[in-house]
Design a protein around this ligand. Structure first.
Ligand code: SF4
Length: 324
């Protein structure tokens, strides 16, 4: 099934075979992170609102669960931007809970937990995975380029409240970018704020797919060694993930496009996905055609070719802290 709201299951290093749920339109976010694999945020979103009807999203999840239930480890709300901006996030999660008894996770930039309604929505999830990649205001703004109204203190206060009220697990994700947050001083600041949130797990990642800013590079191996000295408990996610991406043979080409909207595919992953049903020659022809038709673009990053869907341009920013 091809759905605007549901994608996968796709392999995830944190969540096994993860069925992604997308509760909002493409690249709807209150941040414009320098490392974002969806490109720059053209229009920062200030207000929480209902983007997609709850019933339609829940129904699409139900259909995939009926087909794939045994092959799903987690249902993961994430999407094409910041899922907590969806004002009906809690309703959607509650709706999925009526037929899904397995694990559910929320991947979030962590910016909105100062809002009580967002903390209430979090209660439906077994795991909340927020980004914590800065230990001070300056680094926070450099990394995430958020709405002006979102300060580092406000975001951290929200996360601390979440920790106090939420009984599930918090798996923090620390994304590292060379020259921005990988100095010893930055790492020690991050360690300080992590103590207040006290995550159950800490994952350390680096950009492994083409980022919004081409200069947003992974730290060197020697810097990364320092990172793991400062955070000996951290789980290393600095290597690209492996594993085949899909299931349904007839729909592979269309599903490749759906996956590439959220998740730029390495060349070998795109080939692997298509060659299962089209063969190697067929996979090559298919990718070439999708690129010629403008449905896919190829991007070189770190010596590797990735495929993603073209990024739409929108006019004007609602509020813009730092996009250049
Ligand atoms: S990485 Fe996440 S939080 Fe940052 S701009 Fe992209 S979608 Fe938003």
């Amino acid at each position: 099934m091809i759905s605007q709201y549901v994608f996968g299951p796709v392999p995830s290093r944190r969540f096994g075979r993860s069925l992604g749920v997308n509760p909002l339109p493409r690249k709807t976010c209150n941040y414009s992170c320098i490392y974002c694999q969806l490109g720059r945020t053209q229009r920062l979103q200030r207000e929480r609102k209902v983007f997609f009807p709850t019933d339609l999203v829940v129904e699409d999840v139900r259909k995939v669960v009926e087909d794939e239930g045994d092959g799903i480890d987690y249902i993961t709300f994430m999407g094409d931007g910041e899922p907590t901006l969806a004002a009906n996030l809690g309703e959607m999660a509650e709706g999925v809970r009526t037929f899904w008894k397995g694990k559910m996770a929320l991947i979030t930039n962590g910016s909105l937990f100062h809002d009580e309604d967002v903390r209430r929505a979090a209660m439906f999830f077994d795991v909340v995975s927020p980004t914590i990649s800065a230990g001070d205001e300056r680094t926070f703004r450099q990394m995430h380029r958020p709405l002006r109204s979102l300060t580092f203190d406000k975001v951290m206060e929200g996360l601390e409240k979440l920790r106090k009220e939420y009984s599930g697990e918090i798996w923090a994700e620390l994304m590292l970018v060379e020259g921005v947050n990988d100095s010893l001083a930055s790492l020690l600041n991050i360690r300080k704020v992590l103590r207040d949130v006290s995550p159950d797990r800490l994952y350390v990642g680096v950009p492994t797919r083409p980022p919004a800013e081409s200069w947003a590079l992974p730290p060197s191996r020697s810097s990364l060694r320092q990172v793991f000295d400062v955070f000996p408990e951290a789980i290393d996610m600095t290597e690209p993930e492996e594993g085949p991406f899909l299931r349904n043979e007839e729909e592979r080409e269309a599903e490749l496009i759906e996956i590439a909207k959220n998740h730029p595919l390495r060349e070998d992953q795109a080939f692997e996905l298509l060659s299962l049903s089209l063969g190697l020659e067929g996979a090559r022809d298919s990718i070439l055609r999708m690129v010629q038709e403008g449905r896919l673009v190829s991007v070189d990053y770190g010596g590797t070719t990735f495929y993603r869907v073209p990024i739409e341009r929108k006019e004007g920013n609602e509020e813009n802290g730092a996009i250049d």
